[in-house]
Design a protein. Structure first.
Length: 149
């Protein structure tokens, strides 16, 4: 659970509004389920379109949902007029993703005025059992944003 304080009291509604512009996320079927100051969780049902040739969740799908949750976790701590973009991301694939549902959690490790350091975890769920399949770290660059004023 997050221990950070949001600088914008309306951070959750601001994130929900920005999510409408996440077209690739919607195309994949990924939904954000929990928004806290400094932590965002999302999930989706795994379908054939999310799998690679061996029947495991594609690494690009895993990286994308990590990027989304870590990015919005960082964004949740931004004041008015600021946004974030991914400056660097590193994903470690720990186990093949074979399951029914996939869950991603992005968390802020250290906020800052120019960079926000984040971490993420992805779990696969199969028959009600959850398994960690990937972890990540990302640096989010803080940007000026007219749409966030």
């Amino acid at each position: 659970m997050s221990t950070f304080q949001a600088k914008d009291q309306n951070f959750e509604s601001k994130i929900r509004e920005r999510l409408s512009g996440q077209h690739f996320m919607h195309l994949m079927g990924f939904d954000i389920t929990t928004i806290l100051a400094g932590e965002v969780t999302g999930e989706m049902k795994l379908e054939q379109k999310h799998l690679q040739q061996y029947g495991f969740v594609h690494g690009g799908v895993t990286a994308t949902i990590l990027d989304i949750t870590m990015g919005f976790a960082a964004y949740s701590l931004m004041p008015l007029g600021k946004g974030v973009v991914t400056a660097n991301i590193s994903v470690d694939y720990l186990h093949p993703g074979d399951g029914d549902r996939i869950i991603a959690v992005g968390s802020v490790e250290k906020p800052g005025g120019k960079m926000v350091f984040t971490s993420g975890k992805v779990y696969i769920e199969k028959n009600g059992v959850r398994k960690l399949i990937a972890s990540a770290r990302a640096v989010m660059a803080v940007i000026e944003s007219k749409i966030d004023s």
